[in-house]
Design a protein around this ligand. Structure first.
Ligand SMILES: CC(C)(COP(=O)(O)OP(=O)(O)OC[C@H]1O[C@@H](n2cnc3c(N)ncnc32)[C@H](O)[C@@H]1OP(=O)(O)O)[C@@H](O)C(=O)NCCC(=O)NCCS
Length: 207
């Protein structure tokens, strides 16, 4: 696979976290993980989530953007298919395996929107926070094709676990907006020169 996927690894609490393209063998696990009510409530995955949905996600939805990366035609300057990584824990720990998904939607003009979910059994370990930090570095690294000039985070009002990650990875809170048919969403963004570390200027989030 490409350099961009090889470099998307990080560690957290002794766990090695590998961000990599989904493979066809991930369908069963994606189906299993996406039965989680929190994932169905807070993200745009279909409800109910069927095995056919998992097959379509792994076998169809995630492929076009990776093909663009492989062909060298990916660009964040124009809108296009979402670039999605799976979140794996490597090694022999009890958490080893596929646990989540994290991806960038392209809004055009160098603007990306990040989104993520993690299976319930792996939450509370800082795994997703570490994954988000890794992908922000990648988004702003001029050597890689993402070459973003801004990354947006949106979450439905009330999704505090997602907001904690955004706050702790350096996103600047912007307010509440109506977003993509998801209703009222908290909004935050991060730019290339912003430190990827917790910000202390977030307000108490309005509901
Ligand atoms: C959102 C989601 C990925 C969070 O998973 P998680 O395992 O709790 O996330 P992490 O442990 O990686 O990060 C949470 C961070 O918030 C911090 N945190 C936890 N409780 C906190 C609190 N009460 N106040 C402030 N920060 C808190 C944690 O310490 C951690 O930061 P750290 O890594 O600096 O310690 C998970 O709940 C999920 O997948 N939910 C369903 C799907 C979803 O909501 N997706 C996002 C849609 S926008």
């Amino acid at each position: 696979m490409t350099v961009i996927s090889d470099l998307a690894t990080t560690t957290r609490g002794g766990l090695e976290i590998a961000l990599q393209p989904f493979s066809s063998s991930d369908v069963d696990r994606v189906y299993e993980l996406c039965q989680d009510p929190e994932i169905q409530w807070w993200t745009t995955v279909p409800t109910p989530y069927t095995f056919h949905d998992a097959e379509g996600f792994v076998g169809d939805y995630v492929l076009p953007a990776w093909n663009e990366v492989a062909e060298g035609t990916y660009s964040s300057l124009r809108e296009g298919p979402e670039l999605v990584w799976s979140v794996h824990i490597n090694g022999e720990s009890s958490l080893a395996g596929l646990w989540g998904s994290i991806g960038y939607k392209r809004l055009g003009d160098g603007e990306l929107e990040i989104g993520w979910w993690l299976g319930a059994g792996a939450r509370g370990h800082g795994i997703m926070r570490a994954a988000v930090a890794t992908l922000i570095v990648l988004a702003f690294n001029p050597v890689f094709p993402l070459q973003a000039r801004r990354v947006w985070w949106h979450a439905m009002v009330g999704n505090l676990p997602s907001a904690w990650i955004a706050q702790r990875t350096g996103f600047a809170y912007q307010g509440i907006e109506e977003h993509h048919g998801a209703g009222r969403c908290w909004s935050a963004m991060i730019c290339p020169d912003d430190p990827i570390e917790p910000r202390d200027d977030w307000p108490e989030l309005p509901l």
